[in-house]
Design a protein around this ligand. Structure first.
Ligand SMILES: NC(=O)c1ccc[n+]([C@@H]2O[C@H](COP(=O)([O-])OP(=O)(O)OC[C@H]3O[C@@H](n4cnc5c(N)ncnc54)[C@H](O)[C@@H]3O)[C@@H](O)[C@H]2O)c1
Length: 266
């Protein structure tokens, strides 16, 4: 018996093979949870990722296409999970977007709209959709994927993204406070630099700013980390699995850096 046997978990933004969401889904599945992957990407690709996880772990893994910015889509997705499984024990709000200029005045209204609609409203949409079920169950765990830049502004990270990640931590703490007495925990993880497709964007911004190659920019970023390397997505997944587990039963309202000692910025 593993720590999450009989648990039903939803992981958003799990559609990238090298992404943090897929790594979280795999880890929860290895712990025995039935996992439902959601993402905005091509459903066939998402279904394949779910099938691969299921084959690897032996736990049930399913996929549902869902745009987290659209509350109707989210409500339909959550209803489908409840109709099929009758419960939702764990929600991991992992989906997120990073876009826009690193110069504040270079950011356009569309950049602010996107980071608000996906990172903030999308996270809120899923919390709003699952909380009534968690209240009925008198138990539930929510883990939101913020960022180290949700704790402090970091050079080369656009302000719209930083603001949205601060907001996710604010939302996490407000939910933790309001629902703690109902036995619902809500925490955030704050990854630093993680080796995913999203990192490539940050590396190319550094390369452009310093007029250096992508390889050199990656080294510059690694050097700023106390552990001198970026995280593997699985290392973020380990932190999420811990927060989802009974071992973290008395932890709520925290924003946990998973950053190899990288400083949180201003
Ligand atoms: N990679 C890093 O260095 C890093 C650092 C700190 C925080 N994060 C956070 O970790 C999370 C995962 O990032 P990643 O690096 O794996 O990036 P990623 O781009 O691989 O994953 C993000 C996923 O979110 C999905 N998505 C985007 N918009 C969506 C929408 N409207 N509805 C549903 N799904 C949507 C994408 O399709 C993608 O699969 C993000 O929230 C990101 O902000 C990443």
């Amino acid at each position: 018996m593993t720590t999450l046997t009989d648990k039903i978990a939803i992981v958003t933004g799990a559609g990238h093979i090298q992404g943090i969401g897929r790594a979280i889904a795999l880890k929860l599945s290895q712990q025995g949870a039935t996992v439902i992957l959601t993402d905005i990407i091509d459903p066939a690709q998402l279904e394949q990722i779910a099938a691969d996880i299921s084959n690897e772990t032996g736990s049930e893994c399913h996929s549902l296409k869902c745009n987290i910015s659209d509350s109707n889509d989210v409500n339909i997705c959550v209803k489908q999970v409840i109709d099929k499984f009758g419960q939702i024990d764990i929600l991991v709000n992992n989906a997120g977007v990073a876009s826009g200029s690193t110069e504040f005045l270079g950011l356009e209204e569309k950049d602010w709209d996107l980071s608000y609609n996906v990172n903030i409203k999308g996270t809120a949409n899923f919390c709003r959709a699952v909380l009534p079920t968690m209240l009925k169950q008198e138990t539930g765990v929510i883990i939101n994927n913020s960022s180290l830049c949700g704790l402090g502004a970091i050079e080369s990270i656009p302000a719209n993204y930083t603001a949205s990640k601060f907001a996710i931590i604010g939302m996490t703490k407000a939910i933790a406070l309001e629902f703690a007495s109902e036995n619902i925990r809500c925490n955030a993880v704050c990854p630093g630099v993680v080796n995913t497709a999203m990192r490539k964007g940050a590396v190319s911004r550094i390369a452009e700013q310093l007029d250096i190659s992508l390889e050199e920019a990656e080294k510059v970023e690694d050097e700023a980390i106390a552990m001198k390397r970026a995280a593997d997505p699985g290392e973020v997944a380990d932190a999420v699995a811990y927060l989802a587990s009974p071992a973290a039963a008395y932890i709520t309202g925290v924003a946990l850096p998973v950053a190899g000692g990288l400083s949180q910025g201003l």
